[in-house]
Design a protein around this ligand. Structure first.
Ligand SMILES: [Zn+2]
Length: 188
């Protein structure tokens, strides 16, 4: 059964699961999660990844945070570019604008908004990026738990797996087609 949850409900459910996970690590394995360099990325990851799949809904809290981030990036980069004419700032302005346009075109304000961000393929890619950014397996695990809890509480696990299978089947057939084209060109 599909469930439409508000972002606060996602945060509460994910908070309970992550809280239990971190409590076990803290009490049984003596992982000091309250170190400043760990608690900040942990809380940030929990917050973002618990609501991340709803980035495909144009009116969601996740989309609001993305738009705020893009606005800040655009504003700061435009200000810096005006002062220093650094081409890197111009690149940031272009990237922020491009992401904004893609998001406006891709996201939907409807009950049928669930697309690629509601698949485990997206979740794995996001967690891999997170691992490279935070360089911490624990932060990555909190990201994975938060993402999975979101899909689970949406009642979307089976549908997400079906979408993943379709996606991978499509990717597989594209790779086979490319391989065939290359071998034909080589005259095999
Ligand atoms: Zn959702």
């Amino acid at each position: 059964m599909l469930v439409n949850m508000r972002y606060t409900e996602h945060l509460v459910l994910s908070g309970i699961v992550n809280g239990a996970f971190l409590f076990i690590l803290y009490t049984n394995f003596h992982v000091d999660i309250f170190r400043a360099e760990l608690i900040v990325p942990l809380v940030g990851t929990f917050y973002i990844f618990s609501i991340l799949p709803d980035i495909d809904h144009s009116k969601s809290h996740a989309s609001g945070i993305l738009n705020l981030f893009l606005m800040c990036l655009f504003g700061f980069s435009a200000f810096n570019f005006y002062r220093t004419f650094n081409p890197l700032d111009l690149a940031k302005i272009i990237i922020a604008t491009a992401i904004f346009i893609v998001h406006v075109k891709y996201s939907e304000n409807s009950r049928l908004h669930r697309k690629f961000p509601h698949t485990f393929t997206f979740g794995i890619v996001a967690c891999l990026l997170l691992y490279f950014l935070a360089n911490s397996m624990l932060v990555c695990m909190v990201g994975a738990i938060s993402f999975f809890t979101h899909i689970l509480s949406d009642g979307y696990v089976i549908r997400a797996i079906e979408k993943d299978r379709t996606l991978w089947r499509l990717a597989g057939s594209r790779i086979t087609a490319i391989k065939n084209r290359i071998s034909k060109r080589k005259g095999f």
